[in-house]
Design a protein around this ligand. Structure first.
Ligand code: ZN
Ligand code: ZN
Length: 261
């Protein structure tokens, strides 16, 4: 089973069409440093997609993923659900059946108020923090995070490894800590570098690392990186900053794949 990072950027992405900072220049010069908005896919017996950012279609084409068997949504912010229209076309005209989907009931309500009756093409199982669903031999548990109303993260248990995907969160609620302690992989919000504009809703680099240390996780993957909100920081500078952690802290990139047994 393999987990693919489809996108690793925060709400802005790197580069932005209207920005000329040194982070955007790094990404223009070397495509490896480009970051589309945040999503991951777990590919095994079935393909599980987590989030639907604006670039979803090009991300799936890039990774040659032509099938989605179940869709998990963290929350209804633009950078995570802008491609719902693409999923609707896929469900209605290709699958010709509703797309099995998992999200919180708050997120479902928000989608319904914004997009109308999404249940015409989505077969939604609402999930609460701490609840687990089983899909294609994988157990997925909803994790409460600190972000917007009803936002979830997901703990993915493939039997061989436990991996938490928590792209948008401030300091984690204490009651979720037991669930996440000692897991093999933590994919965590590292939106800000130095100054944190939204300390209740996102993490900054040092907090991300501190959280992983407190939870004693195997490997921390930094994701949802804004790179140029506030003081710009290049990927090469982050690579230097994480060097002392000797592989226990890794910088996620678009297209990075990790094996989950
Ligand atoms: Zn920039
Ligand atoms: Zn986000």
């Amino acid at each position: 089973m393999e987990l693919v990072f489809l996108g690793t950027g925060a709400g802005n992405g790197v580069p932005e069409f209207y920005c000329n900072c040194r982070v955007c220049k790094e990404a223009w010069e070397d495509p490896r440093y480009r970051r589309t908005r945040c999503a991951v896919a777990l590919c095994g017996e079935g393909n599980l997609l987590f989030d639907a950012p604006p670039e979803l279609s090009s991300q799936l084409l890039r990774e040659q993923l032509s099938r989605i068997d179940c869709f998990f949504l963290t929350h209804a912010h633009h950078d995570h659900c802008a491609a719902l229209g693409d999923l609707e076309l896929y469900a209605r005209f290709h699958r010709k059946e509703r797309l099995p989907s998992v999200m919180s009931s708050e997120t479902l309500e928000e989608l319904q108020s914004r997009h109308g009756s999404v249940e015409e093409w989505m077969d939604v199982v609402p999930i609460q923090p701490g609840e687990t669903v089983h899909r294609f031999g994988v157990s997925i548990t909803a994790v409460e995070v600190a972000h917007s109303r009803g936002t979830l993260g997901y703990l993915i248990d493939t039997r061989a490894e436990r991996t938490a995907y928590l792209p948008d969160t401030g300091p984690l609620p204490h009651r979720m800590r037991d669930l996440l302690t000692g897991i093999e992989n933590l994919i965590l919000d590292a939106t800000f570098w130095e100054e944190n504009w939204y300390p209740g809703k996102h993490l900054a680099f040092e907090q991300t690392i501190q959280t992983a240390r407190e939870l004693n996780v195997g490997v921390l993957y930094l994701t949802h990186l804004s790179m140029h909100y506030g003081k710009p920081v290049t990927s090469q500078e982050i690579e230097s900053a994480i060097e002392p952690y000797g592989g226990k802290v890794r910088l996620a990139y678009d297209g990075l794949r990790i094996s989950l047994g």
